[in-house]
Design a protein around this ligand. Structure first.
Ligand code: TRH
Length: 379
């Protein structure tokens, strides 16, 4: 790498996915690959939810091996890095682009795209787009699920740490104790629930309440909380609260720092996830999972949902594939959440084995390594 340096630009649009992915990538490049990383972020308050040690009052700081800079509209004059990553088409400052054009050799400018399992991604991954007026190319880098895409973010040693945790009953017990969650009772299912507002919420909570198995639902503080609180007859809720109705008990958890969220996914039997980054983490957790996709007005999100569902279910026996289809659709605006949940739980053993095999299959296609290889080829 020419200068072993990388600038990552992140504009926090909504929620935590943009900064979640940028922060994960920044740490991986810095701490695993020895790259000198500067992360420019316009909203340090949202960032601070994922990384509480960050000081949202500082314009410049070092955090976990990464130089974190507040991205002001009035952008300072800086020398561009060798690798420039524009996360999710956030527009780079004009002065910075001018500086890139003036630099020799030119930096490699990459737009890191949103994750999709759709087929067209393979054809677009790595394509250049010439700047309309400056001697610069911007390259489109697509994360994805096949060898012809940029792969997925996966930290070194993550799967080994997951395996160690999942085979260590004592570690899991300590983990549950740290959350104030009692020991499991026979037949109990532990489910994490991270999502957006959802029309199917009441139906899902109802089937858990009425079901024959005890369900413990771990609910991180966030957008699903008001609906769950309402189900229990409360106006609102906060971390630390515990609610019970029939066979369902809910523990409201604080939103934890990013690394600690993995443990929740590893420890649960089923994970409800959303957006982009938590969906990938659920796949590394290798437990049966349900994806609530980020909704878009034009409905294109349903095609993305279908693309991942199809890929994920490809090697599943028909009954298990059908169970995944039923619950993923019901959780994304489709019918019959109660029946779909029962169908899914009946396939839990098959889906758990499949989850482990699926994670193993995806693991070699590592986004951070692919990005560096791409950089070295282009530079
Ligand atoms: O927050 P999200 O809904 O982000 C979304 C998506 O990325 C979507 O693609 C994008 O278009 C939209 O934002 C604007 O979901 P996501 O992607 O799962 O990001 C959540 C992040 O929060 C992820 O990095 C995991 C992290 N997290 C924690 O750090 N602690 C927690 O307790 C929890 C529940 C999550």
């Amino acid at each position: 790498m020419r200068s072993e340096s990388c600038d990552i630009f992140c504009n926090v649009v909504d929620n935590y996915g943009d900064i979640g992915v940028s922060w994960r990538l920044a740490r991986q490049l810095a701490n695993e690959q020895g790259v000198s990383v500067r992360l420019w972020v316009d909203d340090l308050r949202s960032f601070g939810k994922l990384c509480p040690e960050l000081d949202a009052g500082l314009d410049e700081q070092r955090c976990r091996g990464v130089e974190v800079r507040r991205w002001f509209a009035d952008f300072p004059i800086v020398e561009p890095a060798g690798l420039v990553i524009e996360a999710f088409a956030c527009k780079l400052p004009d002065t910075y682009v001018q500086a890139m054009a003036a630099q020799e050799p030119k930096p490699v400018w990459v737009n890191l795209e949103y994750l999709s399992a759709e087929d067209w991604v393979e054809g677009c991954h790595g394509l250049p787009s010439p700047h309309p007026s400056l001697p610069l190319n911007k390259y489109f880098f697509f994360p994805g699920f096949t060898a012809k895409t940029g792969g997925l973010l996966l930290e070194r040693g993550l799967l080994a740490r997951r395996d160690a945790f999942q085979s260590d009953a004592e570690a899991q017990l300590c983990y549950w104790q740290s959350l104030g969650v009692p020991e499991r009772v026979a037949g109990e299912l532990r489910v994490s629930l991270f999502g957006y507002e959802n029309e199917a919420m009441e139906g899902l909570l109802g089937v858990w309440e009425q079901g024959s198995l005890p369900v413990t639902c771990l609910l991180p503080d966030g957008r699903s909380l008001p609906q769950v609180a309402a189900f229990f007859g409360h106006q609102a809720g906060k971390a630390g609260e515990i609610w019970q109705r029939g066979n369902l008990r809910v523990h409201v958890l604080p939103f934890v720092e990013q690394e600690r969220y993995d443990e929740l996914l590893w420890a649960c039997d089923v994970n409800f996830v959303r957006g982009e980054d938590s969906c990938v983490r659920a796949q590394w957790a290798a437990k049966p999972f349900i994806w609530q996709i980020y909704p878009q007005h034009d409905g294109v999100h349903l095609e993305k949902l279908e693309a991942l569902r199809t890929r994920y279910a490809e090697r599943l026996p028909p009954a298990a594939a059908q169970a995944v289809k039923g619950l993923w659709l019901a959780w994304n605006g489709g019918p019959d959440i109660a029946g779909a949940w029962q169908g899914f739980v009946a396939q839990h053993g098959v889906l758990a084995r499949h989850g482990a095999e699926w994670a193993q299959r995806l693991a070699p296609n590592n986004l951070a390594l692919n990005l560096l290889d791409f950089y070295r080829q282009v530079a």
